[in-house]
Design a protein around this ligand. Structure first.
Ligand SMILES: Cc1cc2nc3c(=O)[nH]c(=O)nc-3n(C[C@H](O)[C@H](O)[C@H](O)COP(=O)(O)OP(=O)(O)OC[C@H]3O[C@@H](n4cnc5c(N)ncnc54)[C@H](O)[C@@H]3O)c2cc1C
Length: 511
């Protein structure tokens, strides 16, 4: 079956990256088709309904919505009115629980500075440097850096980042978070290292010893910087993006599995499981590069490049997510809605010693259902789940469920009696619902070898192909994948991303 309509751009995958790419291209006047395998949009930042509750599937928090920040700029460009089409509620910070130390890490700068001096004596210089560099890096992100440099044009474009204000960042180019700790003579305090590793793991997927400072400083700073939640959860966020695509004239087809991307004389042909074929001048797979490789003809340049880039960059982490629907509110302390918990100071990612807990915000009368959700997430190696079959899988899943329940009940006394619904998502679950190979959801682990100039070439060396999403620069998280989509729209000549955080649309054909 051939669908003879031809499109300026076909985007594959309606995760946040795909929705933003489709929205920006459609708004610039391109004819855009967005194909999504699942029944609803959102991907890892999507939602599902079960037991009478609506749960976030993966992401729960948003960042980058302060005025002038990239997500706020993108939302505005897509015609999403903040406060009306999408209501955001600020998250003050995160409650950190380590053996022997607990503290609140959040937006209130003087309060945090006082706590940091008391909690981590000797690390003041490190925290001062973190504050300064994170502020400079957030400022630089408003100039939309583009990486890796694919052409002299990219290099010239990035020259606008050069400003005397950014000079203090130069000495830390290529350094890791651990290098900066050492340079600032921070003490070898296991609690400080455990805290930084936790904050880094949920943001850039790498511990302090491997995370590049330019990326890691932003990751550590996340909870101090304008984190928010969408009222109505990720369903509201994904819904607002999908509506924006359609309002701009883009077409979204859900329940449509793409099985092949083949080059043609006029661009690309996108083939689906039901036998449809769509011709497009440009194709934008919003998928991990490993899954892009699987859609391309074996042996072709982009297929070989995608496969070798996957080998070079590796897989991200998998996640275990325990979602609970509760019969009553068990945590109404607004400062403890998000908690980072480690049960040991010498734990490692994936060994079950650390957790990220989120509770739905306190209820208003119209939002009682929303106020009764709790979730607990821990990192797990997706490769350990892949080979498990039948009883073996069920047993490992039950062990993981019990561990997470136990940890939650320790954190929230009285929780067990309030649980009305419960389910656990494993890397297998993510593989099934988001179709990410191996169920790995973490994007690229940020290291010196994968960041910046070493980031994935999103064109895979092919004309009319542009990978977006969390294996492309600048990485994982809803903010980063939205930026990857904006950068793709710029490379395709649809938008102009200006210094100072503006985004303008350009007329003309998609490259
Ligand atoms: C448990 C968890 C918690 C997280 N917490 C946060 C958080 O609090 N804040 C934050 O900012 N980020 C968070 N993240 C990260 C964030 O969710 C992801 O980085 C981001 O959503 C990835 O978006 P994406 O568009 O790149 O990819 P995806 O969300 O994976 O989207 C890809 C889409 O493509 C579709 N698809 C796949 N194959 C095909 C095919 N062949 N044909 C058609 N469609 C296809 C999938 O169904 C999916 O909808 C979290 C992630 C997880 C898993």
């Amino acid at each position: 079956m051939t669908n003879r309509t031809s499109w300026d751009a076909v985007v594959v995958g309606a995760g946040v990256g795909g929705l933003v790419a489709a929205g920006l291209l459609a708004r610039s006047g391109r004819r855009v088709l967005l194909l999504e395998a699942h029944e609803t949009p959102g991907g890892c930042a999507g939602f599902y309904e079960a037991g009478g509750f609506t749960f976030d599937a993966g992401a729960t928090t948003l960042i980058g919505f302060d005025p002038g920040d990239p997500l706020a700029t993108i939302a505005e460009a897509l015609g999403i009115r903040l406060g009306e089409d999408l209501r955001l509620e600020p998250v003050d910070g995160v409650d950190v629980q380590l053996p022997g130390v607990s503290f609140f890490y959040g937006r209130d700068r003087p309060a945090w500075e006082k706590s940091a001096v008391r909690l981590f004596p000797g690390a003041s210089s490190f925290f001062r440097r973190l504050r300064r560099d994170a502020a400079l890096l957030w400022g630089a992100s408003r100039s939309w850096p583009v990486l890796p440099l694919l052409s002299p044009r990219d290099a010239i474009r990035d020259l606008r980042l050069l400003s005397p204000r950014l000079l203090p960042l130069l000495p830390s180019f290529g350094k890791t978070v651990s290098d900066v700790l050492e340079r600032e003579r921070a003490p070898a305090d296991p609690a400080l290292r455990a805290f930084l590793d936790l904050a880094l793991l949920i943001s850039v997927q790498s511990p302090a010893s491997a995370a590049p400072w330019w990326n890691g400083a932003l990751g550590i700073d996340l909870f101090r910087r304008g984190v928010s939640r969408a009222r109505g959860g990720m369903r509201a966020f994904a819904g607002a993006l999908a509506l924006a695509v359609e309002r701009a004239g883009g077409e979204i087809r859900t329940r449509t599995l793409v099985t092949r991307l083949a080059p043609s004389s006029s661009g690309w042909v996108v083939k689906t499981a039901s036998g449809e074929e769509f011709a497009a001048r440009t194709v934008l797979p919003n998928l991990p590069v490993r899954d892009v490789a699987r859609l391309l003809d074996p042996g072709t340049v982009p297929e070989r490049t995608a496969a070798s880039e996957h080998t070079r960059l590796g897989d991200g982490w998998g996640a275990l997510v325990l979602n609970l629907g509760l019969s009553r509110v068990v945590n109404d302390d607004p400062r403890r809605l998000h908690r980072l918990v480690a049960t040991r100071l010498d734990g490692h990612p994936g060994d079950g010693t650390s957790l990220f807990l989120s509770f739905s915000p306190p209820a208003t009368p119209s939002r009682r259902r929303e106020a009764r959700r709790s979730r607990s997430r821990r990192t797990s190696k997706s490769s350990t789940w892949a080979p498990l079959r039948g009883e073996e899988y069920r047993r490992k899943k039950e062990e993981a469920r019990l561990l997470l329940r136990e940890a939650l009940e320790r954190e929230v006394p009285g929780l067990a009696a309030a649980v009305a619904y419960e389910d656990l998502g494993t890397p297998r679950t993510f593989q099934r619902y988001t179709r990410r190979s191996g169920g790995s959801v973490g994007g690229v682990r940020m290291t010196r070898g994968s960041f910046g100039l070493n980031a994935l070439d999103p064109t895979l060396g092919a004309e009319g192909l542009h990978v977006v999403g969390d294996t492309a620069f600048p990485g994982q998280g809803t903010l980063a994948v939205a930026m990857s989509a904006a950068l793709a729209a710029e490379r395709l000549g649809a938008v102009r991303l200006e210094r100072g955080g503006t985004l303008g649309f350009l007329a003309g054909g998609t490259r």
